[in-house]
Design a protein around this ligand. Sequence first.
Ligand code: SAM
Ligand code: CA
Length: 226
Amino acid sequence: MSGTTIMLTDELQDYFHQVSLRETAILKELREETYANTNSPGMQIAPEQGQFMQMLVKLIGAKRVIEVGVFTGYSSLSVALAMPEDGEILACDVNPDTTAVARRYWEKAGVAHKIRLQIGPATETLQQLLEGKLIDGNQAGSFDIAFIDADKSNYATYVDLCYQLVRQGGLLIVDNVLWHGAVIDPARQDEDTIAIRTLNSALQRDERFDLSLVPIGDGMTLLRKR
Ligand code: SAM
Ligand code: CA
């Protein structure tokens, strides 16, 4: 059937991975360690998403990236590996334990010098960037990409703050926009599901961005700042 996005059976998902994944040994090690040692390994992005983000970094020549939601570091490590030596990632998370794993892998992969980890609620960190309190000077319009993958109830706030921080032509990447299918389940009325549903509807009409919802992983919306 044409005109729709193909449904991936398990076998087709395997084939997709077999013929396209280029996951390096260090990323594979981090993915496996996260699955073996953490309570919620499903929080980690899928390897094809990491590879897709590397492609986006290279396509737009990103040198400054914000990450909202680090966990054990799979997405930040993917992005850092694709960035030039003078690339910078400002990585935000509240959890010192999971981000200690991330730090260990950034160091092992030789990209730790590209990543600044800021522990604390991301709304505060992003606000501080805009007020010139974290890095000298107001950082508005100075980032190329913002990846949003933390607490879902704050997604709309993250989009607004990252809109200010990203340059014109820069990219916001919003993860989990299909929320494992819960977005279309009327029985799901929890705060996170409602937040994602509400944001998806608002973004469709949001004239600040060009938009594409890419059904990779749990769904990623790409927003290009106009
Ligand atoms: N991008 C990560 C990866 O590829 O492995 C996954 C991120 S995980 C889905 C969400 C993360 O957001 C968790 O590590 C959690 O500690 C963090 N988080 C939750 N609330 C937050 C907040 N208010 N500010 C910053 N980070 C937060
Ligand atoms: Ca996610």
